[in-house]
Design a protein around this ligand. Structure first.
Ligand code: GDP
Ligand code: IMO
Ligand code: MG
Length: 428
């Protein structure tokens, strides 16, 4: 039995898609357990780049089962667009390589409208969401008015659910936010078509994933977003609306914690963030701009420029603790190649004391001053390294610091976006 979690240890975009694809070589099943098409996961194979939002990153292999779990919020329109995009790029998605939970909640057109108008009404306090309807859909799930995939499969249930929901949503959209009401018939007709197209993919995925683990298949759980975007442990309210940490796997795929063998935290060799919210090691200077251009730090889902800064080991330590990480995979170390000096944050100075955890209050976090340790840089050619022994000594020192500070080994180092630009140091 082998069940491993791959999750983001920072603010998303750490390279989870690349690392899931790399690790999926040995896997039979890849499961997405939370988030939705707010995610943008890039996988590069044979010089071809694939951008995935909802479909697990195991899809590029033949004969692997990909699972969209109950914890995911599913926009059927986005799903079928992604299936078409993959088909155009030579990847066939059928019920043989993709199954979808009957318990997953559906993103409805009013969720997307509400995401947009709520953001607008927040003014300068906006979160900077991806606008995909994620927050409003999870809100309905928790409020117990959401519509699930299994509800869509029953025409009458769906009809009534949509009627009740739309009546209230239209009141909120028009009366609270001054927006335009949505039309029942057009949504109903659109979703009836999706119902038919979705039907072959729909399963009780908890049963299927359980059977896979029990029958000694290798299962990978692919996280979306990252630890500091987690609804409980992230920089609330500048977070997403799901559990991005290891605990989210159990809830989002109907699997017990005792069935999971370990969790790999994916960490960029520096830090990035899209959207608003605190970022203690952010570099609003030439070095920050240099990292953005070197690392092509622009969002896969929204195209927004990512904010860039030094690596924050306080964040990685926090992430390791919360998710019980068994190792880290450090990505994009090649991007830092060519810098003379590199800094790593090894503590926050708060009210005269140095702390090594991320405080809950944003007011406290805003007061935190990063304490840095400085490292000598290494040259650009690190992207050609395929063996850790040939790594520059300075890069090894940097990796060693990550391990020492977090108490977690670095099992994999990634030196480029391609599958083979990956150095495995030890088992995950
Ligand atoms: P995800 O959301 O965590 O899957 O990450 P994204 O795909 O949004 O962003 C990561 C970006 O970095 C993608 O463009 C990847 O192709 C790229 N990438 C991943 N690992 C590496 C690496 O080690 N080096 C470089 N240069 N690029 C990488
Ligand atoms: P992957 O899986 C980076 C951010 C948004 C915003 C906040 C809330 O590619 O790492 P939401 O639309 O979820 O309500 O937005 O979360 N965000 C991400 N940032 N990577 C992601 O996914 C993200 N998904 C959401 O920018 O700040
Ligand atoms: Mg991404």
């Amino acid at each position: 039995m082998s069940a491993f979690i791959v999750l983001g240890a920072q603010w998303g975009d750490e390279g989870k898609g690349k690392m899931t694809d790399y690790l999926a070589k040995e896997a039979d099943v890849v499961v997405r357990f939370q988030g939705g098409n707010n995610a943008g996961h890039t996988v590069e194979v044979d010089d071809k780049q694939y951008k995935l939002h909802l479909i697990p990153s195991g899809i590029l292999y033949k004969n692997k089962l990909n699972v969209i779990g109950n914890g995911v919020v599913l926009d059927p329109k986005a799903l079928f667009e992604e299936i078409n995009y993959l088909k155009e790029n030579g990847v066939n998605v059928t019920a043989d390589n993709l199954i979808i939970s009957d318990r997953a909640h559906l993103i409805m057109p009013y969720h997307k409208v509400l995401d947009g108008i709520k953001e607008k009404s927040r003014g300068k306090n906006d979160i900077g969401t991806t606008g995909k309807g994620i927050g409003p859909c999870y809100t309905d799930k928790m409020e117990r008015s959401g519509i699930r995939v299994c509800d869509l499969m029953h025409k009458e249930v769906f009809y009534n659910n949509l009627k009740n929901n739309l009546e209230i949503k239209n009141e909120i959209i028009s009366k609270v936010y001054g927006g335009e009401k949505l039309n029942f018939d057009s949504i109903y007709n659109e979703y009836t078509v999706y119902a038919e197209k979705l039907a072959p993919f729909v399963r009780d995925i908890s049963v299927e994933v359980y059977d896979c683990v029990k029958s000694n298949k290798n299962v990978l759980f692919e996280g979306a977003q990252g630890t500091l975007l987690d609804i409980d442990y992230g920089t609330y309210p500048f977070v997403t609306s799901s559990s991005t940490i290891a605990g989210g796997v159990c809830i989002g795929s109907g699997i017990g914690p005792t069935m999971i063998n370990g969790a790999v935290g994916i960490a960029k060799a520096y830090t990035t963030r899209v959207g608003k919210g605190p970022f203690p090691t952010e570099l609003n200077d030439e070095t920050g701009n240099w990292i953005r251009e070197q690392g092509h730090e622009y969002g896969v889902t929204t195209g927004r420029a990512r904010r860039c800064g030094w690596i924050d080991l306080v964040i990685l330590k926090t992430s390791s603790r919360i998710s019980g990480l068994t190792s880290f995979a450090v990505t994009k170390i090649d991007t830092l190649g060519g810098l003379d000096k590199i800094k790593a944050c090894v503590g926050y100075k708060l009210d005269g004391k140095v702390i090594d955890y991320v405080p809950a209050s944003l007011e406290d976090l805003a007061k935190c001053e990063p304490v840095y340790e400085e490292f000598d840089g290494w040259d650009e050619n690190i992207k050609d390294a395929r063996d850790y022994n040939s790594f520059p000594e300075n890069a090894k020192k940097y990796i060693r610091k990550i391990e020492e500070f977090t108490g977690t080994k670095v099992s994999i180092v990634s030196v480029g976006p391609e599958r083979d630009q990956t150095i495995k140091r030890s088992e995950i």
